[in-house]
Design a protein around this ligand. Sequence first.
Ligand SMILES: *Cc1c(COP(=O)(O)O)cnc(C)c1O
Length: 470
Amino acid sequence: MTVTLRANSSPGRPDGPPTSTTGDRTGVVLRHALAQGLLSAEQPVAGFLDVDHIRQQVASLRAAFAGAPDVLHTFAAKAASLVPVLRLLAEDGMGCEVASPGELRLALDAGFPPDRIVLDSPAKTRSEIAEALRLGVAVNADNLDELERIDALRPPGCSSVIGLRVNPQVGGGAIGAMSTATATSKFGVALRDEGARERVVEAFARRPWLTGLHAHVGSQGCPLELIAEGIAATHRLAEEINAVLGRRQVTGLDIGGGLPVNFTDDTVRPTYQDYTAALRTAVPGLFDGRYALVTEFGRSLLAKSGFIAARVEYVKEAGGRRIAVTHAGAQTATRTALMPDAWPLRVGAFDAEGHPKQTPPRVQDVAGPCCFAGDVVATGRELPLLEEGDHVVLYDTGAYYFSTPWAYNSLPRVGVHGYRTDGAQVRSAPVRDPQTLDEIAAESGARHAAGLVTLAARPATAETTGEERA
Ligand SMILES: *Cc1c(COP(=O)(O)O)cnc(C)c1O
């Protein structure tokens, strides 16, 4: 990625269009997409992922942890729950962090071997736990009651690595919804609560197969020092458990993900090197090989590898404000539309042919297609004047923006394409097809279309029990 350092006057707020290099490079892909019909009047929004950039991020993650003798890097599936993306990462030797039966299914379909899959979720049902243990997937129990379920469900000869998630309660970052180590977080065993440490040590004493500790301190908005402090507390707990038990029972530490992403310009910062440097300072012994490490990064691996492109359908003026109505809104940039201050994005302006627009900047709003007033992805942003038929690009949207769609207005999930560039040469491959109208109807209950009319027409009888199927 081209690195351009700029003095950034207002952190957390994208400061206008990206550098011309980014614009040119994105334009090459945009022109390919337009020529191939991946983006058109009929298909007015699509997502794009840079395959080489994804692999570079994986390589830089590996390089930063090169000093740790035993480490498994897993990808947090929720950040890009797309089978071809997961397959690419599996081929690259990564593991996968999953948090639901759906994510587990995608990880298996993508080809991750079960011993490279980690199941974390605060609400695992008994059957989900049993299936994970049957497969040999690693499981991080969220709480002590879940450990009791595991006691009952562990099959003989179970190969799953089993750990316990703790909440070091080191506090939150800038975004409340992304902070998992607050005093009252719903995740893990709250370590600073009265008697909690003793209960945790006891839980390990009773279960020789319980060999891991897990902490995921937070995501976007959490400073590295806070994350490192949470991991230091987890490391201290592992040492304490082993000392009390008089044996090295805790052999693995899953240190979670959460490296923040810079959404204000092209620079990758903080880097994975910055992160491991913060860890070395906070936990000097972490990389000495006494604990096998697992990481679970999501956003920092993929955010800067992807962008969303959308056509400008109309432009209008209202109350002196120029508004471009585009097809990229809350259905794909959900967090940005609903929490614009926490999740601002850089926007690029391109013409109908996919060339960066060069006209002088003017203050405009960039809105999406949804029928609610908050469906705006950039408010009062200085951009070259957008016109009907132009394209907008939302940068740094490779993580979460393709995996957390919103079915508002029955808008389709956007199509996603992977690409590689070689100068002006672009090759691409489908990652996810845009949702069709038939698929939208199917997930909206079309199969049961007559159900309510039939229910209303039938007299209720005393024997009627269970669901009535039309
Ligand atoms: C979401 C999540 C991650 C990934 O977080 P990022 O901020 O995307 O790196 C890792 N571990 C757990 C338990 C999570 O819930």
